[in-house]
Design a protein around this ligand. Structure first.
Ligand SMILES: *[C@@H]1O[C@H](CO)[C@@H](O)[C@H](O)[C@H]1NC(C)=O
Ligand SMILES: *[C@@H]1O[C@H](CO)[C@@H](O)[C@H](O)[C@H]1NC(C)=O
Length: 992
């Protein structure tokens, strides 16, 4: 289907058609059962031999009804003397093979569960007529197993309008007059991924500080007790997850509260421990309870005993064991190697066999996380028993390092992925707020599924809040991966997600906000943004980026302001806060960058700009406070994470503002009251600075042509008095405004003048025009106060004008400013014509517009010399002659070589030249990472440059082949000698 869509360029997405089948309605329809209204609430029947966790979830359903209609339902334990004493609507919930109530319905032929029986976590929901004596109709939820029943119950809750996030993000249920169950049968198959969970990585400070305000401390540290974990388990189940690695740094799951493991098991959560904590024992247990040191070669007997105790303690509960061993804490061991690790795993499997009293350890799920150096051992040839799941890791920055190879997909234990939404480490921590590109998640998660890493998906979620959105997306994808197989599905999924929290009226607009947010936040982690990141002089880059943030804030605020007040706290937590907080961080850095430049330029507005930065710095705190004060302080401390003032990978201990400077506003510049600078330039005239030759009074604008943007000149006060200015230029050079007065204080100290060209009246070909900016305001105190420019000359700005035209027959990108910049989705042709290899656009992928990738993820390698290899072409037109070293930079999405036998490659050529084949990311051992990795993940892009000869002017074609799935191209820039510094690369060239 996807291939068909791609080839025909249809806009199609499968989510909408494969979404949750609708069982619940709020209006009466034929055959529907009234479940609840303002005077009716259901009785939920469970049998007393049902799983406790299912009985507990039935209680949640009863309360969920009350959240919607105001009257709670009731849970009753069924016995054979039950007769419906009341007219209350009946819900029957139970597990096939466990519940005697369900068994009797099956035996009496009232329901047929053949479609779900024996299917992992599957369930069936249907209306049944006369299920029991005295009951004319009932809604029956039959789970294939414990979690199947629980997911069935929560499916009803969610469809009624109770969000999984009702407590963790305060989403209120939408009130309804009546709730009906439609007469349909829903059969929910097994989830796509077997174990779906998150790692609550309680890195200080946020979650722990918050926890400390709500729960009493435990014996050894913060009180991560079963009351706290109950809220987390319920959230996981409502999100259709089933697995968890508990908080590890300041806590010990099994020790802090002995009720923790039993509570997890009762709820239905499979417990594990993090990648660095084998055999169900937490890191802190090593220092508290291990006899001797955590070292295999020196303390093998005690370490083995320590591990045995872990298995004995966890054996009564559903447990997925972390195997292997690492050093103390989260580091490599100096003494372990591949062969000692094989030995350790053999001992661990022996322990499992002994404690579980079985000869077959495969009945107990086990995984080995090939994280950091452990992946290196694997690359060295470490052999992992076939029944242990290989948990492949990303590089901590959402790029899977490795996925199963063809000869690895048959392993009994299968494979899984360990993935990050939060991280502490190189090149920077990112643990403040959501920085996730959802489309990046799309490409990696779909690829992991297609490459058959389907046994375990686990996401590091740091403090859990405020990562609600990436958590929701991750679990939606893990639950039904094929439903999200189209890259167009993300926006549709977002709309549904928003609709479930805030209603359909704001769904599409909010989905667009969240998708845009994920692009802006994904451009670079906040922790890596500083005043030098975005150019404040080239391509209006910083201003444009800040404007996009401003637009996001405006759109989100407008919706927030219209919302019912009952929804506002939640909307603030899930949508508005991150827009405001992201905007504020950007405003701090970009205004600080301006302050720094303005100071060099002697601008009077340096000082107001410093104040602006301080205002935004105060706003950053105010936003944190607003979050902490929500709902009487429910989330106090949850945003304690510092995020400003990073010096190295680790968080700063206190937020600190970037440096700002001041100019001496009481003294006038040596070069007079008026200063002039222009687009693309740090320099100022008149007067001397490091950016132009001494005693020069001339600056030069980037060249202008009919295919490029307008330019700007800034005029500004550098003195103590108001200063006038007047602009004169040739008639075809239009400057607006062309005169004015700049004040020495307040807001009107600077003015941006727009320079454009009247092309119809401009001379043909290349010319240089001069713009004169004059003033009659005397200097002030220096030079007897009379000469307007001190000892310097009158300021001038030169503008190179290139009046040229492409032939009307040409269609494609046109050179401007000696640059061609291409967004890859705007190809001139795409030769994809088979379903085994084709290109597809990923909207909102990467840092600018979109990405283009080669699908399917399981497709074969491609070669540019094969005519059947799909090719993208881009027509472009050049004016600059004899370019013998044009640099073509391809910006790809960050990616690792997940198949070392097939490293990522692309090929490019211009016109008929030979294709150059490039491998952007070198093959390395799984660990350590290649040298280019730091820059790649920091920049959220992987760039490679090829050199090309473009000797003639006129029409050309750029040919591009992606040779392996997994590579996503997000931008192409051909430098004909004009590309200037920026973070995102030049904006896209004009297409005619
Ligand atoms: C529901 O539909 C089935 C099959 O279409 C029908 O036999 C049954 O009577 C319906 N139930 C109700 C309550 O209308
Ligand atoms: C529903 O049950 C909850 C939990 O016991 C309780 O707090 C709430 O007040 C009940 N609602 C109504 C309307 O009785």
């Amino acid at each position: 289907m996807a291939a068909f869509c791609a080839v025909l360029f249809l806009f199609c997405f499968s989510w909408a058609t494969q979404a949750q089948q609708s069982l619940i309605a709020f209006n009466q329809s034929a055959g529907a059962l009234l479940l609840a209204d303002s005077s009716t609430a259901p009785v939920i029947l469970v049998s007393n031999d049902e799983w406790t966790g299912v009985q507990r979830a039935a209680g949640d359903l009863a309360q969920d009804v009350g959240r919607i209609t105001g009257i709670n339902g009731t849970v009753l334990t069924y016995n054979s003397s039950f007769a419906a004493q009341s007219t209350a609507p009946i819900v029957i919930a139970g597990t096939v093979g466990k519940s005697s109530l369900i068994r009797s319905l099956v035996q009496s032929g009232k329901i047929n569960v053949d479609n779900v029986r024996g299917q992992w976590e599957s369930y069936q929901i249907q209306l049944v007529s006369n299920p029991l004596e005295g009951v004319s109709s009932a809604l029956v939820v039959a789970g294939a197993d414990k979690r199947g029943s629980i997911y069935g119950i929560y499916d009803i809750s969610e469809q009624m309008g109770v969000s999984p996030w009702y407590w963790w993000a305060d989403v209120p249920a939408m009130p309804q007059q009546s709730i009906y169950v439609q007469n349909v049968t829903k059969v929910q198959p097994s989830p796509s991924v077997k174990y779906r969970g998150f790692f609550l990585n309680d890195e200080q400070p946020a979650l722990t500080n918050w926890l400390n305000t709500r729960y009493p401390p435990g014996e050894y540290g913060p009180g991560f007790n079963h009351l706290f974990y109950s809220t987390v388990f319920e959230l996981l189940l409502r999100l259709r997850a089933n697995y968890m690695w508990p908080a590890q740094w300041g806590s010990m799951f099994y020790v802090d509260d002995p009720l923790n493991p039993a509570t997890a098991d009762e709820y239905g959560i499979v417990m594990g421990t993090s990648h660095t904590e084998p055999m169900a024992r937490n890191t802190n247990e090593q220092s508290n309870f291990l006899n001797g040191t955590w070292g295999w070669s020196v303390n093998r007997a005690n370490v083995t005993e320590f591990m045995r105790q872990g298995v004995e303690r966890a054996q009564p509960y559903e447990t997925l064991y972390t195997m292997g061993m690492r050093g103390l804490g989260d580091v490599a061991s100096p003494t372990l190697n591949a062969s000692s690790l094989e030995q350790i795993v053999n001992v661990q499997q022996d322990l499992i066999r002994e404690v579980y009293n079985t000869s077959n350890d495969s009945v107990v799920p086990q995984m080995w996380c090939l994280y950091k150096e452990v992946g290196g051992y694997f690359a060295d040839g470490l052999e992992v028993p076939d029944d242990v799941t290989l948990l492949w890791s990303d590089d901590n920055w959402a790029n899977m390092q490795r996925l199963p190879l063809a000869n690895e997909t048959g392993r009994a234990g299968g494979a899984g992925i360990y993935y990050h939404a939060d991280y502490v480490g190189d090149p920077r921590d990112y643990k403040w707020i959501d920085t996730i590109s959802l489309q990046k998640y799309w490409s990696e998660l779909q690829q992991a599924y297609d490459r058959e890493a389907r046994q375990i998906w686990i996401l590091n979620v740091g403090d859990l809040k405020p990562l609600e959105l990436p958590i929701s997306y991750f679990f939606a994808s893990a639950y039904n991966t094929p439903a999200l197989s189209s890259p167009n599905s993300t926006q549709a999924w977002l709309s549904q997600w928003v609709a479930r929290q805030f209603g359909t009226q704001v769904a599409d607009a909010t989905a667009a906000i969240l998708l845009n947010y994920s692009v802006l936040a994904g451009m670079r982690k906040y922790e890596l943004v500083d005043p030098t990141t975005y150019s404040i002089i080239n391509y209006n880059e910083a201003d444009n980026v800040l404007q996009q943030w401003q637009n996001l804030v405006s759109a989100a605020s407008a919706i927030y302001n219209q919302l019912d007040p009952s929804l506002q706290s939640s909307y603030f937590e899930l949508v508005l806060h991150k827009c405001l907080a992201g905007f504020t961080v950007y405003a701090i850095h970009i205004n600080a960058a301006k302050n720094n430049l303005y100071s060099e330029q002697g601008r009077t507005s340096t000082n107001t700009m410093a104040q602006t930065v301080m205002n935004y710095f105060a706003q950053d705190h105010a936003l944190t406070q607003q979050y902490h004060n929500l709902l009487n302080g429910k989330w106090n401390h949850m945003l304690d994470q510092t995020h400003l003032g990073y010096q190295y990978w680790q968080q700063p201990m206190r937020n600190s503002m970037p440096a700002v400077s001041m100019v001496q506003q009481r003294e006038v510049s040596l070069a007079g009251q008026l200063g002039v600078t222009c687009d693309g330039n740090n320099g100022t005239v008149p007067g001397d600075d490091m950016y132009h030759s001494l005693s020069s009074n001339v600056l030069t604008l980037p060249p202008m042509d009919p295919y490029g943007p307008s330019r700007w000149i800034d005029v500004f006060s550098r003195g103590t008095d108001a200063v006038n200015f007047n602009v004169s230029s040739e008639p075809h050079v239009l400057v607006s405004p062309s005169s004015g007065i700049l004040q020495a204080t307040g807001n009107n100290t600077d003015l941006r003048l727009t320079v454009s060209i009247d092309w119809a009246n401009a001379p043909n070909g290349s010319t240089i025009s001069v713009i004169n900016i004059t003033t009659t305001t005397p200097t002030g105190v220096y030079n007897n106060g009379t000469y307007p420019y001190g000892n310097f000359g009158r300021p001038q700005v030169q503008v190179p004008v290139n009046n040229t035209a492409v032939p009307a027959s040409f269609h494609g990108f046109v050179e401007s400013d000696r640059t061609i910049s291409i967004e890859p989705k705007h190809f001139s042709s795409n030769t994809s014509n088979t379903s085994t290899a084709y290109y597809e656009v990923i909207p909102a992928y990467g840092r600018t517009l979109s990405g283009v990738t080669l699908l399917p993820f399981t497709g074969p390698s491609q070669s540019p010399s094969s005519a059947s290899t799909p090719k993208l072409t881009y027509n472009f037109y050049t004016f600059t002659p004899n370019i013998t070293n044009a640099n073509l930079t391809l910006y790809a999405g960050t990616a690792m070589n997940t198949d070392p036998t097939r490293p990522l490659r692309y090929a490019v050529s211009i016109d008929n030249s030979m294709a150059q084949i490039i491998q952007p990311n070198p093959l390395t051992h799984l660990w350590p990472l290649p040298a280019m990795w730091n820059g790649m993940v920091a920049n959220a892009a992987m760039t490679n440059t090829t050199m090309h000869n473009i000797t003639r002017t006129g029409a050309h074609t750029l040919n591009l082949w992606l040779l392996e799935p997994g590579l996503v191209v997000q931008k192409l820039v051909l430098d004909l000698g004009g590309v200037r510094r920026s973070y995102l690369g030049p904006p896209e060239s004009m297409i005619v």
